[in-house]
Ligand binder design. Structure first.
Ligand SMILES: Nc1ncnc2c1ncn2[C@@H]1O[C@H](COP(=O)(O)OP(=O)(O)OP(=O)(O)O)[C@@H](O)[C@H]1O
Length: 586
């Protein structure tokens, strides 16, 4: 009787009557009859491929099966007690992996819930795997939703697994031989299967894109590191080379654009050089990504394995995390290429430079280039409590970042020494705002500690001495979702300022100017006064000489930077005993 009802319902649906079935089920029934020529009244046995064919299907999906297995085993453990079976089908619908209770093997085999069964829609009719392949969506095909009478006791929930190029690669199906009547009883199964496919895609992306950056997304900071919603892989130029299916919804929720091959800055206000700042080590709440359409989400970047293992970069081919440190500045370029060679080692590094010159920023890049999956521990040396240091004795291996070692008191020094004595797995990157050669506070450090901290000394020049000011301004402007540029006069005004707060001061000023600018061009009037210009104590001769160096001894350029005329520059030079060079220095 029930069989007759089922057949007559399919007949009515085909004639255009509304019977309350889900749209995707009615569509599939139509395909079964009109496209595949199936007859609902004729029971179809399960279609099982030969052993040889099964081997071929398994070989083609070998890598995906290997990646998926541990996730599927975990899922099976969660649902086994409720009599579910798990099938992994390939993109053609053939079951290539299977988890089920061996006690029901005969029943499962008969129902086609077994290795080698072919669940493609054109053979098996409306079913979880087949309909999922046709629609590309997660589906529940519950009992009489099935087209064929032999499948109507089953309840099948299936979700697609996409490869890293966005092509359907497999289907994960969770099925019950017998289930409670309401379809809603399968809502939990639907959530479980969707979460599992997301994780399989994530694991597959991580396994296949080892040489690229991976950027994971979450709409909540709490889940960013434990269960991200989606991820993409990026090459060095910021082009998307791989993705999980959810990335489309995260990056382009309103359009179904193909992400592969496009640049990340089409979707996010993000440059590939910014990726190191999205790595583990900063609180997830601070790793906000701004979408071009105005929305926001949280990002977690994972460095390419090749970059993490980089040994000695050929000049001009800096590892990605260091490319955002400097533009065309001769002094800083040398510093950065030295850092690139030191970074993959365990050598302690002491970074010196005025406040805001980017010492911590560089320290984080060094950390990224070290061994993978290590922690970044920060200690501020000013008023450092010995207990804070002692708390690190059980901390995970990684980088120990010491901010401002000139502020270390005796108790802090003793605690640090004790820590470093037994933690050779903590690589120290320390900073100081003073010149280690001339600083009395640094000279006062206990020598056995100093030599543990100052393996290699790296000096970061102040912003006013850098030749890549324009590059840095443009880089900082790109952080804004607006496409802003500086007018030439505003640029000249900024390049002439003293910048005692260095990059930090410049970044803050640009944030203010961006907020004030009424058009796409930041003009002189949008620039806040140089109110932060509390001049730092510097040697005027050394300062002017460094500026002359930065401008290749071009007087006019120096005059523009200082906001004075050329003759004033010449006068200052003479009064400080500096002679104009006959030709510009390199
Ligand atoms: N290359 C860079 N690109 C973009 N932003 C940068 C860069 N270098 C530094 N910054 C930004 O400038 C600010 C100051 O950098 P950072 O905190 O690393 O300076 P610092 O030298 O450690 O300062 P302090 O000695 O005061 O602690 C930060 O907001 C940082 O994100």
């Amino acid at each position: 009787m029930r069989d007759l009802e089922h057949v007559s319902e399919i007949d009515r649906v085909l004639k255009g009557y509304e019977t309350g079935r889900d749209g995707l089920v009615s569509e599939s029934w139509r395909r079964c009859v009109q496209t595949y020529g199936m007859d609902p009244a004729r029971p179809e046995p399960a279609h099982i491929v030969t052993e040889q064919q099964l081997r071929e299907h398994q070989e083609q999906s070998e890598r995906l099966i290997a990646t998926a297995r541990s996730g599927l085993r975990t899922l099976f453990k969660q649902v086994a007690g409720h009599n579910y079976v798990l099938l992994l089908a390939d993109a053609k619908g053939v079951c290539v992996d299977f988890f089920g209770d061996p006690r029901f093997e005969d029943d499962l085999r008969q129902a086609g819930l077994y290795l080698g069964s072919d669940w493609s829609e054109d053979l098996a009719g409306t079913c979880g795997v087949g309909s999922c392949i046709v629609t590309g969506e997660a589906v529940t095909i519950h009992q009489s939703d099935h087209f064929g009478l032999s499948h109507t006791p089953l309840s099948c929930t299936a979700a697609p697994i996409y490869d890293t190029c966005g092509k359907l690669a497999a289907v994960l199906d969770i099925s019950l031989l017998r289930s409670p009547s309401p379809k809603s009883s399968q809502n939990l199964a639907m959530n479980l299967v969707k979460a599992s496919t997301r994780r399989v895609e994530m694991a597959n992306l991580m396994a296949t894109t080892r040489k690229e950056w991976v950027l994971r997304f979450s709409t909540s900071p709490e889940f960013l590191e434990v269960d991200p919603e989606a991820a993409i892989a990026l090459d060095d130029s910021g082009r998307i080379t791989g993705m999980t299916h959810g990335a489309l919804a995260c990056l382009a929720p309103t359009g179904s654009t193909d992400l592969i091959g496009s640049r990340i800055d089409m979707y996010l206000d993000l440059d590939v050089d910014d990726l190191p700042s999205l790595m583990r080590g900063r609180p997830a709440e601070d790793r906000v990504l701004r979408r071009r359409d105005g929305g926001g989400l949280y990002g977690h970047a994972i460095a390419p394995q090749a970059a993490r293992m980089a040994r000695s970069p050929v000049s001009g081919t800096l590892p990605t995390p260091l490319r955002g440190i400097c533009g065309q500045d001769a002094t800083l370029s040398q510093v950065v290429s030295k850092v690139a060679r030191l970074a993959p080692t365990q050598v302690p590094i002491l970074l010196s430079g005025e406040t805001g010159t980017g010492k911590e920023y560089l320290a984080r890049a060094i950390h990224v280039l070290g061994p993978a999956d290590r922690s970044f521990h920060t200690l501020c040396c000013s008023a450092l409590k010995p207990e804070k240091v002692a708390a690190l004795s059980d901390a995970a291996a990684g980088t120990l970042f010491l901010r401002g070692i000139e502020d270390l008191d005796m108790a802090g020094q003793a605690a640090l020494l004790a820590l470093l004595e037994h933690r050779s797995d903590l690589r120290v990157v320390a900073t100081t705002r003073q010149d280690p050669a001339g600083s009395t506070s640094i000279r006062a450090l206990r020598p056995e500690l100093y030599f543990r901290l100052a393996g290699s000394l790296i000096r970061i020049p102040p912003l006013r001495h850098r030749q890549d000011f324009d590059w840095l301004v443009d880089r900082l402007l790109r952080r804004s979702p607006r496409d802003l540029r500086l007018s030439p006069s505003a640029r000249a005004e900024l390049s002439g300022r003293h910048w005692p707060g260095n990059i930090r001061e410049l970044a803050t000023l640009l944030d203010v100017a961006t907020a004030l600018a009424e058009t796409d061009v930041i003009d002189l009037t949008d620039l806040p006064q140089a109110s932060l210009s509390r001049r730092v104590e510097t040697d005027p001769k050394q300062d002017l000489e460094a500026l002359l160096d930065a401008c290749g001894w071009n007087m006019s350029q120096v005059a523009r930077r200082l906001g004075v005329n050329r003759s004033t520059v010449l006068r200052r030079m003479r009064s400080l005993g500096l002679e104009p060079h006959p030709k510009p220095r390199a």
